[in-house]
Write a protein of this length. Structure first.
Lengths: 687, 290
């Protein structure tokens, strides 16, 4: 048993590209072994540092035996070219080809003899192809070469069974050597196995295994925070990035001047995390502290690294502080007028125009939400002012949040501040969802205004392009409504938004936008349900005849059915429905001129009467106010008709000789299906 | 390797001298700054145009760079509307470029064995030049001191061979070397002249010009005139004068942008206009090279 060990040495590859390349390489190596029926240790791992992409697979046999097999070729009547191709592809000669009869006629065959193949030969033949398959999210060329890689690739080390594998990957020849200093690339060293490679670098403090680097960083950080009574925020994205931008991590505990803690913490955190890749710390009460962690790629023996990083953060924070002090006192209300100078979007007016629309829209929404009209109008008016501030210029990712802080500083109502702060939330599937009604109202009016606007000027996303992230906007709108259980007449709101646009002189076709946007939002709902792991048939059924105003209801019913479909009430409800609808489907003609009800006067027995009564009971249940809210209860009621249906089918023959009686019985079944449909369109559900 | 203990702080001008000497030894043509207002060293025709086409090329030069929107009237310790870049361009990109770069840092007293030098992903794009590249910003103990880019596209044309561009932010680098918190405290020469002595007044006055006094009506007209001129010169197939007019367009646009008279939508439109000019010039230039 042998090991395969490959190292690709390059200039610094960005973290996310590394992670992707590891996964890609793993995938293709795995399928290479499987496709060639070579045994291998399936728990193998791909490692990386910024400069090294390393593959190590062990428990590989040195040889594999290919069993003898008969390979079927073209039909004997096929053109000669086909036979020639067959001979060529099997690397054989005409004399070894024979004809044989099969069920489908006479074919050419070739008998491949069993033979032994060296795995090292196979690897040498295939590795270059495997490397070519790696799909980089972003790749580049350099110098005169025509190889695409994440960053310039310098060398390839490839070993099998302690011996070098020789192959060419574009302009690079593999060998058993690699660079041991990533900076100057001056010295190379021979390695014949993975363990000595790992050991060699470990002695230099370099950890090839990303998981070990992660562990080391976390251990060091934990040691310090436990001692200092601090916490860090769980932030996997940032930690994974840090792990992949160092090879010999050294955790350095740093601090900045406490005076900067007066700046809103989001600004400090963004500066540290997004701009500098630092890890901020918090005290036990979750307040940000002036301590932070830097993960350096070098031991800070002289203290230069700590000093340098502290100086950088001070400079960045003084910038932020300067802007915060300057901007926070600039009166939000007095600045609203200046929004006239800022374009919202080409063809959709200025931000001033936008907030005028949002104000009207949110004011209408406030009636539905039973919140103060005055407050939501204030929130709408000031919500975009922060876009003109230096702070948002510096920290565009903090738009809204910064505005919320300005509002708070200037003494605005608490709910207004929160609404301003949360106006852009949620932003997609994963993002935080606002819960307070003022926030929901503001966010809803912002999104509706944008959606109607973009559809109005015909900038709808296409299947491949969505440059303005309109899909995400609509998904966020769906989440706002269904997750907060908002009952609102969305269709009316869209129409109203159109009319607000038209008041400003636009000429939007309300009906057209209403239809297109409804379909678009329903598509987003479907997608959302899919993300929530709802069965596809339930999604399709629940949205089949869905009106936009029933977004919430449809969502809740889908959830309820998805939960219960394998349980008795779900299972039985569907069984009953299917039994009835199958008969109706086979008697299509009747349903075309259906009256929509059965005539009790034509019933011949009690089973029909009992079923009829039960259907009417269920109808009454659904008609009574509020009953439609408890979906699980409704499902239970529907399933309770099982006995009457069973009795009916056990004792009544639908297909009566008397066509009138037969039709009446079909009408009865039709009534049942219609009643069920009223709750949920079960026809598309797979039993 | 033990670093030599530095006797005195390297002045701003000595930093430039050392880099020039270093890259001169590496075979670069040491050029002087281009004599037009540009936003970055990349805009010097020795980079933009010379990175196009098959001929090998190595150069290094200082380029004063103007970014009108970054002006702060000399009040901010880190922001300037006029600053210096040290630019290196080598085509095709040499194999040992990282080593060359790290050694260039040593030549100005930054030893990579004592500092945390990091190559942080930073892909570069210039919408006005129709240019894009992949590379890094180089951090030294957390401070960004250099942009390091492999050009993939210039003036809308695929770069073949690929050039590598190294752009040192001289003020940042010197603040790091001299351990200064404000750019204005930088020591310019060994006579004790500071950055403030030389540039503070100009920061103040140009900020006022860029933000308050630039005559925007005229500038809009000038932009149109320059654009027309560029197109005419492209027709005449003379790429270098055409490129000059295009650079002027770009600077006029930058001032208009700083004056806040260009809306978001207009902005995209102006950028597209300049890009079209760059592209057409690039074509003429490439033809002239064969």
């Amino acid at each position: 048993m042998s090991e395969l060990f490959v190292e690709l040495f390059s200039e610094e590859i960005p973290a996310r590209l590394q992670i992707n390349a590891r996964n890609e390489l793993k995938k293709y190596i795995k399928s290479f072994f499987i496709d060639n029926q070579i045994k291998f240790n399936e728990n193998f791992k791909v490692y990386s540092t910024p400069n090294r992409l390393v593959l190590h697979v062990d428990k590989i046999p040195n040889e594999i035996k290919l069993n003898a097999e008969e390979i079927k070729g073209p039909n004997v009547n096929a053109p000669e070219k086909a036979l020639e191709g067959f001979i060529r592809s099997n690397d054989t000669i005409l004399e070894k080809i024979f004809k044989k009869n099969t069920e489908k006629g006479e074919f050419y065959f070739f008998k491949k003899e069993s033979k032994k193949i060296k795995v090292s030969d196979l690897l040498e033949k295939n590795l270059s192809e495997i490397l070519k398959k790696i799909a980089w999210n972003k790749s580049m060329k350099w110098a005169n070469y025509d190889l695409y890689w994440g960053r310039p690739l310098k060398s390839i080390l490839a070993i099998f069974n302690k011996k070098p594998l020789n192959f060419d990957f574009k302009h690079i020849n593999s060998s058993n050597k690699t660079f041991i200093d990533k900076s100057l690339e001056e010295s190379m060293k021979i390695f014949n196995d993975f363990n000595s490679y790992l050991k060699f670098f470990k002695q230099k403090g370099i950890l090839i295994d990303q998981d070990l680097r992660k562990k080391l960083i976390q251990t060091k950080i934990n040691e310090i925070i436990n001692k200092k009574n601090l916490k860090i925020e769980q932030n996997d994205g940032l930690i994974d990035e840090i792990v992949n931008i160092v090879e010999k991590p050294a955790v350095i505990f740093c601090d900045f001047d406490k005076k900067f803690l007066n700046i809103p913490s989001e600004i400090l955190i963004t500066t540290m995390q997004n701009h500098q890749k630092y890890l901020p710390t918090f005290d036990k009460k979750n307040n940000l502290t002036h301590n932070f962690f830097v993960v350096s790629d070098i031991k800070d023996t002289k203290g230069f690294v700590k000093l340098g990083n502290e100086r950088v953060i001070e400079a960045r924070l003084s910038d932020a502080e300067f802007f915060w002090e300057k901007n926070k006192t600039q009166n939000l209300v007095k600045q609203v007028d200046k929004l006239k100078n800022i374009n919202y979007f080409k063809g959709l007016g200025s931000y001033f125009d936008k907030i005028q629309r949002m104000r009207k829209l949110s004011s209408l929404i406030s009636d539905d939400f039973l919140i103060s009209k005055e407050k939501i109008e204030i929130a709408s008016s000031i919500c975009k002012v922060d876009l003109m501030s230096d702070l948002v210029g510096e920290f565009p990712e903090l738009q809204g949040i910064v505005g919320g802080h300005f509002a708070k500083f200037q003494g605005f109502d608490k709910e207004v501040c929160l609404a301003v702060s949360e106006q852009y939330l949620p932003n997609g599937m994963e993002s935080k969802l606002p819960k307070k009604m003022y926030s929901v109202a503001l966010s809803l009016s912002d999104k509706l205004d944008s959606l109607v606007g973009f559809f109005g000027i015909n900038l709808k996303p296409t299947s491949s392009k969505d440059p303005y992230a309109i899909r995400r906007m609509a998904t966020s709108l769906v989440r706002l409504i269904v997750e907060n259980e908002i009952k609102t007449k969305l269709k009316d709101l869209i129409a109203y938004t159109c009319s607000v646009y038209n008041d400003q002189g636009y000429e939007f076709d309300t009906k057209k936008i209403q239809n297109e946007l409804s379909n678009f939002i329903i598509e987003r709902l479907k997608n959302y349900l899919k993300e929530k792991k709802i069965r596809q048939d339930i999604i399709e059924s629940s949205t089949l005849f869905l009106g936009l105003d029933d977004l919430l209801k449809s969502y809740k019913k889908s959830l309820c059915l998805n939960k219960n479909i394998k349980k008795e009430i779900g299972f039985e409800t569907i069984a009953v429905y299917k039994r009835c609808s199958n008969i109706l489907n086979s008697e299509e003609k009747i349903s075309i001129d259906s009256l929509g009800f059965a005539d009790p006067g034509l019933f011949k027995n009690d089973y029909e009467k009992k079923l009829y009564k039960k259907i009417n009971d269920i109808r009454k249940y659904f008609l009574s106010a509020g009953k439609d809210e408890n979906h699980e209860e409704s499902l239970k009621i529907l399933s309770s008709i099982k006995n009457q249906v069973n009795d009916f089918f056990d004792n009544v023959i639908v297909n009566d000789e008397d066509i009138i009686i037969k039709k009446n019985r079909l009408e009865l079944l039709n009534m049942l299906c219609k009643t069920f449909d009223n709750y949920f369109n079960f026809s598309k559900i797979d039993a | 390797m033990v670093s030599k203990i530095k006797k005195k702080t390297l002045s701003f001008q000595d930093t430039i001298f050392n880099l020039q000497k270093y890259w001169s030894k590496k075979g670069c043509v040491i050029l002087q700054p281009y004599d037009l207002e540009v936003g970055a060293g990349t805009f010097h025709p020795a980079t933009t145009l010379r990175s196009l086409g098959p001929k090998p090329w190595k150069t290094a030069y200082v380029q004063p760079s103007r970014r009108p929107t970054d002006g702060r009237y000399g009040d901010n310790p880190n922001r300037l509307q006029h600053y210096y870049q040290f630019q290196v361009l080598i085509k095709p990109s040499p194999k040992e470029i990282k080593k060359m770069y790290l050694n260039s840092l040593s030549s100005i007293g930054v030893n990579h064995e004592e500092h945390d030098i990091r190559f942080v992903e930073d892909d570069w794009e210039s919408p006005t030049l129709g240019a894009a590249g992949l590379g890094w910003e180089v951090w030294c103990d957390g401070m960004e001191v250099t942009q390091f880019t492999y050009f993939q596209q210039m003036a809308g044309v695929e770069c073949k061979p690929v050039s590598v561009e190294i752009t040192y932010g001289l003020e940042r680098l010197c603040m790091f070397i001299q351990n200064k918190k404000s750019v204005f405290d930088l020591i310019w020469n060994d006579e004790g002249i500071t950055y403030k002595d030389i540039f503070h007044q100009s920061e103040k006055e140009f900020s006022a010009y860029n933000f308050e006094y630039a005559n925007t009506d005229n500038l809009f007209k000038i932009f149109d005139m320059l654009e027309e001129e560029t197109k005419l010169l492209v027709e005449k197939q003379i790429s270098l004068p055409a490129y000059d007019q295009c650079l002027k367009c770009s600077h006029v646009f930058n001032i208009l942008d700083a004056r806040g008279v260009i809306s978001v939508a207009q902005r995209a439109e102006y950028i597209a206009r300049i890009r079209e000019l760059s592209k057409s010039i690039g074509k003429v230039w490439i033809e002239s090279q064969s």
